[in-house]
Design a protein. Structure first.
Length: 306
């Protein structure tokens, strides 16, 4: 057995972990050599096949960088891809990826790659913010889908993006960019405008200062126009987006309120631009959002009194 103060580099042996281990080597197992300097800027140099940016960084930050390399456009990555995207040495990438596979965070993908594993899906399902909201909203989302047979979306704000908690679509529904667990910008979507309209002022400032990408010719990118649109969202109780994220699609969204009337989510219908008048769908969307709000507030009340 080796102590924390032992200066030797310890080879991690996954098969001999004790029952308290989570499957990752602790940071002290890989101490920096005497005299080694911390890395400077990103990709300013290469050391042992990796970037100097990782010198002195914790193992956890390296594991997070591996997981963060995966996305909607990169669902499967080879070992070389992971090393290139993260800037980690191939040997370190292989070691951490192997341990993530053993834990279930990653899975092997043929012929020689990796993909996100089911263990992360299990953990994600435990997040109360999305799970409780989805459970409460689902019956009303299903009613809204049955009434419209169009895409129904439920989203929350996460930073400067709309995070989609749940989506319902049918065979005849217009294709959309959104997916469960996906993210889209606040300024170019119906749900995003609702969430942005009810967010603290500093959120809008950050969105504007960060630069608003023009996805189509109809995307609102002028700060003054966006502010006026958000004022209308608060006044009318609904938000409209017509061809702003994708040409040919349109949406109408309404706020979902939690305890104290705080807007915690947005509910929307997304459909083909020539299929129906959004204003005629707005009352149905608002009704579903209000019903979800009442059910969410009632659940919170029962939780407090139990």
């Amino acid at each position: 057995m080796i102590t924390v103060g032992d200066p030797r580099r310890v080879k991690h042996r996954p098969g001999r972990r004790n029952s308290c281990s989570h499957g990752f080597p602790a940071e002290w197992e890989y101490p920096r050599r005497h005299g080694a300097r911390r890395g400077g800027g990103r990709h300013h140099g290469r050391v042992a096949g990796g970037s100097t940016q990782w010198q002195g960084r914790s193992v956890i930050s390296k594991v997070v960088s591996l997981l963060d390399a995966f996305g909607p456009t990169t669902p499967e990555l080879s070992l070389g891809d992971l090393a290139r995207i993260t800037g980690l040495p191939v040997s370190t990438t292989y070691r951490l990826a192997t341990e993530l596979v053993e834990w279930g965070g990653l899975e092997r993908a043929e012929p020689a790659g990796y993909r996100i594993g089911m263990r992360l899906w299990e953990l994600g399902a435990l997040a109360p913010r999305g799970g409780d909201l989805r459970e409460v909203a689902m019956p009303f989302m299903q009613d809204l889908y049955e009434a419209t047979h169009e895409n129904v979306h439920l989203a929350v704000r996460d930073g400067l993006e709309a995070l989609y908690v749940e989506t319902i679509s049918g065979r005849e529904s217009v294709p959309t960019r959104s997916r469960r667990g996906g993210r889209l910008p606040l300024h170019a979507t119906g749900v995003g405008k609702v969430l942005l309209a009810h967010a603290p002022p500093e959120v809008l400032t950050a969105v504007v200062e960060g630069g608003m990408h023009r996805y189509t010719p109809y995307t609102v990118v002028a700060p003054g126009h966006l502010r006026r649109a958000l004022t209308e969202v608060r006044r009318q109780g609904v938000a409209y987006a017509r061809g702003e994220m994708s040409l040919g699609s349109q949406s109408v969204a309404a706020p979902v309120q939690g305890v104290g009337g705080v807007v915690v989510a947005a509910l929307a219908v997304v459909l083909d631009q020539g299929r129906a008048d959004l204003r005629r769908l707005a009352p149905a969307v608002r009704t579903a959002a209000i019903s979800t709000s009442r059910a969410l507030q009632e659940r919170a009340r029962l939780t407090l009194t139990s």
